[in-house]
Design a protein around this ligand. Structure first.
Ligand code: CMP
Length: 133
């Protein structure tokens, strides 16, 4: 089924100018980038975006990090793109990610793991709406 999902290129990857490589990786894997925008969000906005994680011990650090520098938010579209994007990203912790995945190739740590992707079609809609109202 053709789906949409939200992808974010996180501050560590934007800072290292990896956006072109990450975008062409998606395109090579038959994923369309429908919209893309570079923005810097506030800590309050990051806290809203990541509110599903508010009970986690890493929540504060996570929100500080996402708001620490420019990010690139994108709407991806393609066949089963939610799970496909998660496979292409690899495990949350780059040291556990499979070879050839974005987080294995570019991730620095579990916090600076270069990319975010929605975990379901439903959350994808919510996350797309957050950045592209
Ligand atoms: P992301 O896919 O953007 O969703 C939540 C983020 O929390 C995750 O990527 C990680 O970068 C970050 N994070 C930090 N510490 C942890 C942890 N211990 N377990 C899971 N995610 C973590």
């Amino acid at each position: 089924m053709i789906e949409q999902t939200l992808s974010i290129i996180k501050p560590d990857a934007v800072e290292r100018k990896l956006d072109k490589e990450i975008k062409s990786f998606f395109k090579k894997n038959n994923i369309k980038i429908l919209k893309s925008k570079k923005i810097k969000i506030s800590k309050e906005e990051a806290s809203e975006f990541y509110k599903v994680h508010q009970s986690k011990p890493f929540y504060d650090k996570l929100c500080s990090y996402l708001s620490s520098g420019p990010i690139i938010a994108m709407i991806l579209e393609g066949e089963n793109v939610v799970s496909k994007n998660r496979q292409l990203m690899g495990a949350t912790d780059p040291t556990k990610a499979e070879e050839g995945t974005l987080r294995k190739m570019y991730g620095i740590s579990i916090d600076k793991n270069s990319v975010h992707g929605s975990d379901s079609v439903e959350n994808g809609k919510i996350e797309i709406n957050f950045f592209f109202k």
